[in-house]
Design a protein around this ligand. Sequence first.
Ligand SMILES: O=C[C@H](O)COP(=O)(O)O
Length: 223
Amino acid sequence: MTAPIADLATYIDHTLLKPEATRADVERLIAEGAELGTYSVCISPSFLPVQLPEGLKLAVVCGFPSGKHHAEVKAAEAALSVAQGADEIDMVIDVGAAVEGRYDIVESEIRAVRAAAPAPTVLKVIIESAALSDEAIIAVCEAAVNAGADFVKTSTGFHPAGGASAHAVELMKRTVGDRAEVKASGGVRTRAAAEEMIAAGATRLGLSSSRDILADRTAAGDY
Ligand SMILES: O=C[C@H](O)COP(=O)(O)O
């Protein structure tokens, strides 16, 4: 049992990525993020630009959720999101390339997005850890660090194989060490699960159920 985290909200990217989300839903998400004191809101690029209250960061997904986009398309999408106010880009890798062991493809697409969204934009690389072997998780994390990513992130929250696990977070953190941070996302439904991810090495959490989790209520969800 680890000590409760007093400032849990500051770890959270308060997230809404459902295909059916509306502009009104995004406005509610932003108001809720501000009220709860989350680190950021994480949204889809088609909602940009958005007005944010002071202090709330903007994370925007890229190549989401399949990752099956040309590297050039991911790069162009990231550049447009940055031009429209994104502080952080959460890109999905070509998971199939990782399954095939084509880590060169993965590294090159991350490099393309990094070039399109240079620092100080924060680049997070979503590896879809539940769909990868431990060996592939390690290799993809190395590719992400080599390509200049700031974070490796477990999951989209939309893959049938599942979302974040403490095992994956721990393995990812052990692999990247202090060269990058780890974001746990997808299927985190309780405060205990959120704190377990932090204990495993996550410094950011992607949560669509932030209000319930901060209130220590179990949230509903697909997994
Ligand atoms: O990173 C973002 C995820 O889509 C959040 O997943 P969740 O809805 O399972 O919390």
